[in-house]
Design a protein around this ligand. Structure first.
Ligand code: NAP
Length: 294
């Protein structure tokens, strides 16, 4: 099977590389071709647009940045995946969006895809750059259960926990639950480390006590050590987390639910973004108020 992969950044690049390593042939497209170079060296073929990818691939994954990118690569009337699928006469065609995106967009894509006899799944992930490289992501899937089952061999290469969540958009809603959890977690972790620092503790030592107790978390195990090494490279970019926090706030607003923790996280991350740290990893929240940031 020739798989199409659109978006070869931190996450998409590592995920597509795993598929290549397991023997799948892949055709790739990325806005900046240079960021696909490593995959091309490992045997992937290049296509000049999402449409060109979909002409020759019956199964196409997208892992881009923002909802507007998802819209462009899948729905663009001239260059999008659905346009390319019209020129592909395979019996079954599937598009899987793994970007963290708006649940309502996943619903719209599912409707437009169905109208063209194409199946679509929303399948955002959690587990970070580490999970993408090691194939241990948690994958949250919305869409058609039959297609979800059919793709099990691929899920098993990309992830460790793969759960079908329901109709189109349910994967993205589940990812919003995940991001709301992360928001609280990041605030708590950075506040706790700042406290430890302010009262003069050895933070390495502190981590060996708290990381494996009841306060343990993925962030504490994987991001706190990066903070202690002054490593604020992404990982997960602040500008992408801000996108997720805004989607969560919009979706919660639509069901009249206040999210005070997410609201505060959005304010603090916005401040970091304004201070020029939007391309840094989310662990740079630790710097808020440090090193010249507001
Ligand atoms: P990234 O490194 O910025 O990668 C995004 C890739 O998509 C880039 O290579 C970008 O091209 C490409 N792209 C964006 N818009 C495009 C378009 N319209 N057409 C073609 N290619 C396009 O970001 P990432 O960290 O991999 O994150 C990708 C998605 O996964 C985001 O929605 C993010 O929120 C989510 N996510 C990230 C993590 C994480 O830990 N990093 C974890 C879970 C989920 P360029 O090379 O030209 O920029």
């Amino acid at each position: 099977m020739n798989i199409g992969w659109i978006g070869t950044g931190i996450m998409g690049g590592a995920m597509c590389e795993r598929l290549l390593e397991k023997g799948y042939s892949c055709t790739v497209f990325n806005r900046t071709r240079q960021r696909a170079e490593k995959l091309l060296q490992k045997g992937a073929r290049w296509a000049d647009s999402p449409r060109e990818v979909a002409k020759t691939c019956d199964l196409v994954f997208t892992m881009v940045g923002y909802p507007h990118d998802v819209e462009e690569v899948i729905l663009h009337p001239e260059t999008g995946v659905l346009r390319g699928f019209r020129e592909n006469h395979a019996a079954e065609k599937i598009v899987v969006d793994m970007t963290t995106s708006r649940p309502s967009l996943a619903v719209r894509i599912a409707e437009k895809a169905a109208a063209e006899n194409v199946f679509s799944l929303d399948a955002p992930v959690s587990g970070g750059d580490i999970g993408a490289r090691s194939g241990t992501l948690s994958i949250m899937v919305g869409g058609e259960p039959k297609i979800f089952e059919e793709l099990m061999p691929i899920w098993n290469i990309l992830g460790k926990t793969v759960v079908f969540q329901g109709k189109p958009g349910a994967g993205q809603h589940t990812k919003m639950v995940n991001q709301i959890l992360i928001a609280g977690n990041m605030l708590g972790m950075c506040e706790a480390l700042r406290y430890g620092q302010a009262v003069g503790l050895d933070l390495e030592n502190v981590l060996s006590s708290v990381a494996t107790g009841a306060a343990g978390s993925w962030s504490l195990s994987h991001l706190a050590p990066r903070i202690l090494q002054n490593d604020f490279a992404p990982g997960f970019k602040i500008r992408h987390f801000l996108k997720d926090l805004k989607i969560a706030l919009e979706e919660a607003h639509a069901v009249s639910l206040p999210l005070p923790t997410v609201q505060l996280a959005a304010q603090l991350y916005e401040r970091l973004s304004q201070a020029g740290l939007a391309e840094e990893g989310t662990q740079a929240l630790f710097l808020d108020g440090h090193n010249g940031t507001p």
